[in-house]
Design a protein around this ligand. Structure first.
Ligand SMILES: Cc1cc2nc3c(=O)[nH]c(=O)nc-3n(C[C@H](O)[C@H](O)[C@H](O)COP(=O)(O)OP(=O)(O)OC[C@H]3O[C@@H](n4cnc5c(N)ncnc54)[C@H](O)[C@@H]3O)c2cc1C
Length: 512
């Protein structure tokens, strides 16, 4: 069932059993998990079914620190959420990503990879991926002729990826609209969360839209699935009862914002032709491919973060501009167009490249950043059209991030040398070991994580291991905001798994 909240009478009261705020990857995955149950699910979406400039504008905000994409165009504000633009790269986190690592400050999840495995398997289905199997050996049987580099397996391993084409807005619209117990309200922007007097339980959510309508939503449980930056913003902006914002009694909401550093780091020059099909990827064609990863043992020995290196033909890569440069338009559609235009031009120019470069690759890092309390989302004085304070982002990296990127290529360089297949050349920005900074050209992956991190101790995290906001019994967070650390893989598979785990917990725990 669907209603456009612009067309409802002003001050309508909407009631249900569970209210999910945000119809993106997390929110839609969760709502569908409740389909055909006896519970009334309210799914609130701030936008409509298509891009709407007036809604997208609500996402605008300032950025400081390490250069970042405009906040307005770094995500999408309509049904289906940011999956409308995502590339579909999926891989689970590694077991080490959940562990406390004494060389990574503030690392460690209160759950393990084993706890998430059953939900990763479900998430793989929601995302229309292949089997929940990310072992190189499995894919080598499925897709013969994948040849790994002859590296020492105690040092470097092949981390496999699968590729989704699930654009939630297209894929799941019909199913959501036809579900008899899911009540979708579009143009229903949650702007405030109201609790009981002692701030232990949410009573209602206030929603608004640009038609000037205000409505109230009442439910037994509330799940915030608005994306990492927006979840923090909504908690911080809900400050009429808790002056510092909801769930923020330990000044943690918005802190530990993390991105994946996706950065061109080195060149691999092969001295003779070597098949690289295991490491190649073509959108819509490749079922699985690998990136080079450092084993957990070597990560511990070298005291580095978890990251991978992917291969891209150098003849093309040398003509591509950093996405941090081409994705600077506030309109996400225009930014996407600019990136594709640049990629098209690069592919054309590459056709003229002949000789040794045909056996050369750019190595692109994909790496977690160390959790950093100073890397954070805050709210400013400036308000959006609905009267909600805008989000600001201060993105800040640490020396461990730079050290880890450099170290990964020193390790890979040694392996390439020992295998006798070529040489690795570090990019300029990695050569000075005393330089901890990252250039402006450093890309993020549009992966927003960490602003309501999970910890059993309320002094160390905003949500507990069931994604419940500490101290507020019926308020939960679904999405990558809950990650204490982010591993190397893109976030959507894991955030979907985590949302399905939360869904399971709510079903099992609460009696309605
Ligand atoms: C260009 C690009 C490429 C990407 N590629 C990949 C990739 O290859 N692999 C990968 O894993 N990830 C990728 N991502 C990231 C991926 O899109 C996100 O991780 C994912 O969409 C996040 O899911 P979410 O549900 O948390 O947030 P979103 O998908 O952003 O959904 C949030 C939803 O909440 C709604 N909303 C927001 N505020 C409110 C409010 N106050 N009230 C009501 N509704 C609200 C929004 O309109 C939206 O529908 C990419 C992103 C971009 C931009």
């Amino acid at each position: 069932m669907h209603k456009d909240a612009k067309t409802l009478d002003n001050n309508t009261v909407i009631e249900g059993d569970i209210c999910i705020i945000g119809a993106g990857a997390a929110g839609i995955s969760m709502a569908l998990d409740w389909k055909d149950t006896s519970y009334k699910v309210i799914l609130l979406e701030g936008g409509g079914f298509e891009y709407d400039e007036k809604v997208q504008e609500l996402y605008a905000g300032k950025t400081t620190g390490q250069k970042y994409f405009p906040l307005k165009s770094a995500r999408l504000h309509y049904f289906g959420g940011t999956t409308g633009h995502w590339a579909g790269m999926c891989a689970p986190l590694d077991p080490i990503d959940f562990k406390e690592r004494n060389w990574v400050p503030n690392s460690g999840w209160p759950i393990s990879k084993n706890d998430l495995d059953p939900f990763y398997a479900k998430a793989n289905k929601v995302l229309k991926l292949g089997p929940y199997n990310y072992e190189y050996e499995y894919w080598n049987n499925e897709l013969p002729n994948l040849t790994p580099f002859p590296f020492d397996h105690n040092v470097v391993w092949n981390k496999m990826w699968q590729f989704s084409q699930a654009r939630y807005g297209d894929l799941y619209k019909k199913e959501i609209l036809e579900a008899r117990n899911i009540h979708l309200y579009t143009y229903a922007n949650a702007v405030d969360i109201k609790t009981n007097d002692n701030i232990t339980q949410v009573k209602e959510i206030i929603v608004k839209n640009y038609a000037g309508k205000t409505h109230t939503v009442k439910a037994k449980n509330f799940v915030m699935a608005c994306g990492t930056i927006q979840n923090a913003r909504l908690l911080l902006a809900s400050n009429s009862q808790a002056p510092q914002g909801l769930g923020n009694h330990n000044d943690l909401v918005g802190r530990y914002f993390q991105e994946h550093l996706e950065v061109a780091s080195a060149e691999l020059w092969l001295t003779k032709p070597f098949p690289t099909n295991l490491y190649s990827w073509e959108y819509g064609v490749t079922k699985a491919s690998a990136e080079l990863a450092i084993t957990p043992e070597v990560q511990a020995k070298e005291k580095i973060l978890n990251g991978t290196a992917s291969l891209q033909p150098l003849s093309v890569a040398k003509y591509q501009k950093p996405r941090m440069e081409t994705w600077q338009d506030g309109d996400p559609r225009k930014s996407l167009e600019n990136v594709f235009e640049n990629w098209g031009e690069a592919a054309e120019k590459a056709k003229g490249e002949k000789g040794n470069i045909e056996h050369a690759y750019q190595l692109n890092t994909r790496i977690e950043q160390a959790p950093n309390p100073n890397s954070r989302v805050t709210i400013g004085k400036e308000k959006d059209e609905l009267g909600m304070p805008r989000a600001n982002l201060h993105w800040e990296l640490t020396p461990l991030d730079k050290y880890s990127v450099r170290k990964i290529y020193q390790i890979l360089g040694r392996q390439v040398g020992i295998a006798g297949i070529g040489r690795i050349r570090l990019n300029e920005f990695l050569r000075d070991e005393n330089d901890d900074t990252f250039p402006d050209s450093t890309n993020g992956g549009w992966h927003h994580m960490g602003t309501t991190r999970m910890a059993d101790d309320a002094k160390k995290g905003v949500v507990d291991s069931n994604c419940q906001v500490h101290g507020i019994s019926n308020l939960f967070i679904a999405g990558a905001a809950c990650y204490p650390t982010s591993g190397a893989p893109n976030p959507t598979l894991t955030l979907t798994a985590l949302s399905l785990r939360l869904s399971d917990y709510l079903k099992n725990t609460f009696r309605y």
